[in-house]
Design a protein around this ligand. Structure first.
Ligand SMILES: [Zn+2]
Length: 73
């Protein structure tokens, strides 16, 4: 029994599309793995969401700093 041979869209290598292959159907196992890790690191946030989040964090730090500064006086 053989599996259909697909060409990876990332590296161009041919690979067997096994039914239990994790990741994308158009990517070889080697190119599917790093993508999964990357998504975990980014916690599925888009670039815009990460930017918004960092802006919120920066604003929060500024507010906390202002509060502490005021308390000290
Ligand atoms: Zn590949």
């Amino acid at each position: 029994m053989s599996f259909p041979i697909k060409t990876c869209v990332v590296c161009g290598e041919e690979f067997e599309l096994r039914p239990d292959k994790p990741g994308f159907a158009n990517r070889c196992p080697e190119c599917s793995a790093p993508e999964a890790e990357e998504q975990a690191d980014n916690r599925h946030l888009s670039a815009e969401e990460r930017k918004a989040l960092s802006e919120v964090n920066a604003e929060r730090r500024k507010v906390i700093r202002d509060l502490l500064y005021r308390k000290d006086r």
